[in-house]
Design a protein around this ligand. Structure first.
Ligand code: FAD
Length: 286
């Protein structure tokens, strides 16, 4: 493990200096979940899992193959930790060069990851019921929060949006945690914003202490609008922005947020990837 402390004067949200560590890991499981998503489990040092919070991410050094030479590391949310000490899990969609190369890794091979990085979700100790809204692979980001909420005895309502039932992965999100699941799909039109709006409005009106979302800007913006009459509800969004260094130096993932009526530029990798949903500005793609 190599560690570097970075003094970070820009970090408004990040109180402590960033402790960046690179970990050499062994692949202990790697398999397809369905046609689009793969599951990866890595074994690193014993204290890695306990240092990782729901909503944080790692930068993965994808392997080089004869056909694929990804240059930058690729950011991936932590999908889970354990059961063995030092085990971290990822759930990813095979998209382009980096993830195609990642998909070639075999069990027993080793790879490097850097992290844990970024600011995770906040679950208040007093929370009794929370609503999770996840779209696509956004569920990988939310899965550790599901586990944390279930362990704390917090009731969960989950709205899961996917292209089709085959992509929904409710079991992968919940991993046996008790929850009321509402699944909506592109394939039957039920994921359209005008169809989801009354359902979300009803869930908010029924009462919850916090709302968390990841994976869809249009759902996040819908939630932000529907939350206007509910200022008491904590609301957080985990953002996926293209990024290079992942640790606040290159500034490639900066995007605008609304803070107290002003525009504030924040780095998704460092002040985020989890932000107050009410500060999110839509229509920004870097
Ligand atoms: C904090 C964070 C957490 C993430 N967690 C996960 C996760 O748990 N599982 C998962 O499957 N993916 C996750 N992503 C997205 C993942 O990083 C990208 O899919 C991956 O970097 C694509 O690399 P590639 O070389 O395969 O594809 P590329 O050839 O680089 O791109 C393929 C497609 O993916 C898009 N893309 C590339 N980089 C990103 C990015 N950083 N964010 C969003 N879209 C991107 C491109 O616009 C393009 O459409 C996360 C991204 C961030 C920023």
């Amino acid at each position: 493990m190599n560690c570097t402390d970075i003094d970070d004067p820009h970090a408004a949200r990040a109180a402590a200096p960033l402790r960046v560590a690179s970990h050499r890991c062994r692949v202990t499981a790697h398999q397809a979940v369905n046609a689009r998503y793969r599951y990866l489990r890595l074994q690193a040092e014993a204290d890695l899992a306990s240092a990782t919070r729901p909503g944080q991410f790692y930068q993965l050094r994808c392997p080089q193959t004869s056909a694929l030479q990804p240059f930058l590391l690729r950011p991936m949310s932590v999908y889970g930790t354990g059961p063995e000490a030092g085990t971290v899990e990822f759930l990813y969609a095979v998209a382009g060069t980096g993830t195609q190369a990642l998909a070639t890794l075999a069990e027993g091979q080793s790879m490097e990851i850097v992290g844990p990085l970024g600011q995770g979700f906040t679950l208040d100790a007093a929370a009794r019921r929370v609503l999770l809204v996840a779209r696509g692979v956004g569920l990988a980001t939310m899965a550790p929060l599901v586990r944390q909420a279930a362990q704390a005895g917090v009731a969960l309502d989950v709205l899961l949006s996917a292209r089709s039932p085959a992509d929904a992965m409710a079991d992968e999100l919940l991993r046996a945690a008790p929850a009321t699941v509402h699944a909506v799909f592109d394939s039957d039109g039920s994921s359209a914003v005008d169809r989801v709006e009354p359902l979300l409005a009803e869930l908010l009106a029924a009462g919850c202490d916090a709302v968390y979302t990841c994976g869809s800007e249009r759902l996040a913006l819908l939630l932000r609008r529907l939350l206007q009459p509910h200022p008491q509800i904590r609301a957080e969004v985990a953002l996926e922005q293209r990024m290079a260094c992942g640790m606040g130096v290159c500034l490639s993932c900066v995007r605008p947020f609304e803070q107290e009526g002003r525009v504030a530029l924040q780095r998704v990798c460092r002040e985020g990837p989890v932000f107050p949903l009410r500060e999110m500005v839509g229509g920004w793609h870097g």
